[in-house]
Unconditional design. Structure first.
Length: 296
């Protein structure tokens, strides 16, 4: 066995500390000695609380200031809008022909919103500044809008005209829906022509006519509601007639069944010809055949 030479240690009680541990019987006990060293003093550390910024504030701080963004002239055609402006979500600022800021807005589709503004108020659309917000949520978009608004107010002392309270110039107004057509002036008014002739004139003079249960604003059956939804989704300019209106369309329900030789409602006519009801229109919609039908 190799010999191990251990240099002698001073065993003064003031300089040595003996460490031991329990060992079972017949197990060699090993004693280790270490020179005692007083602990080193640690400097005092003052910890400041760490505040995590909300993601919306981080995104807003990463967004360029309004004054740092280069303006882009408003495009004229849909293709130019798609080429020059992002379809991403973000904030935008619209300037008129005199480079006066008119409105600061937010959108999920910047190019789409600006295209709408160009159509509705072309005289106020000279140029635009755009800031895209990556991974946006409502809070992040609002914070981005707020940062541009505060910068403009701080620099000019005023709110953009389009952002003033009560100004609806830049707000998209919901399209007004047409009212349902009435075939007669009233139930108690004597007709001078047969009801069949009124129906014939109606479907011949209008490209698309939907005879439904209830009004287009409040259909009274699921099939009529489905037909209205399909026509609305296609952007079709159509007329609607409530077959349940016994005051102004008295007798229409039974007369129309004989006229079209179709027993159920709704009934959709295109260019004077009966296309069918809900099932047929839904099938054509799912196959992508309606666009061609309505272009005829």
């Amino acid at each position: 066995m190799a010999a191990i030479n251990v240099s002698p240690l001073s065993t003064s009680s003031s300089s040595l500390r003996r460490l031991s541990f329990y060992a079972p019987h017949n197990t060699p006990v090993i004693f280790s000695y270490s020179r005692f060293t007083p602990p080193l003093p640690f400097p005092s550390i003052s910890l400041r609380p760490y505040t995590i910024k909300p993601r919306s504030l981080i995104i807003a701080s990463a967004l360029k200031n309004l004054s740092e963004v280069e303006p882009v002239s408003f495009p004229d055609t849909p293709d130019e809008f798609a080429a020059k402006l992002p379809s991403d979500a973000g904030v935008y600022a619209v300037f008129d022909q005199n480079n006066e800021l008119q409105f600061i807005g937010i959108s999920r589709n910047i190019a789409g919103s600006l295209f709408t503004h160009k159509k509705s108020v072309p005289e106020l659309c000279g140029s635009v500044k755009v800031g895209v917000v990556n991974e946006p949520d409502r809070t992040a978009l609002t914070q981005a809008w707020k940062s541009w608004m505060e910068e403009h107010i701080q620099n000019t002392g005023k709110v953009p005209p389009g952002n003033e309270t009560g100004n609806t110039t830049w707000v998209r107004q919901p399209p007004k829906k047409k009212q349902d057509l009435r075939l007669t002036p009233g139930r108690h008014v004597q007709l001078t022509v047969p009801l069949e002739e009124l129906i014939d004139k109606l479907v011949e003079e209008n490209s698309v006519v939907a005879f439904i249960k209830g009004s287009r604003n409040a259909p009274l059956c699921g099939f009529s509601q489905r037909v209205i939804a399909i026509l609305e989704s296609q952007g079709v300019d159509y007329e609607s007639v409530d077959v349940l209106d016994e005051e102004y369309n008295y007798g229409l329900r039974e007369t129309l069944k004989q006229y079209s030789n179709w027993p159920t409602f709704p009934q959709v006519f295109v260019n004077g010809e009966l296309v069918g009801g809900c099932d047929i229109l839904t099938s054509m919609y799912e196959k992508g055949e309606l666009a061609g039908l309505f272009k005829k």
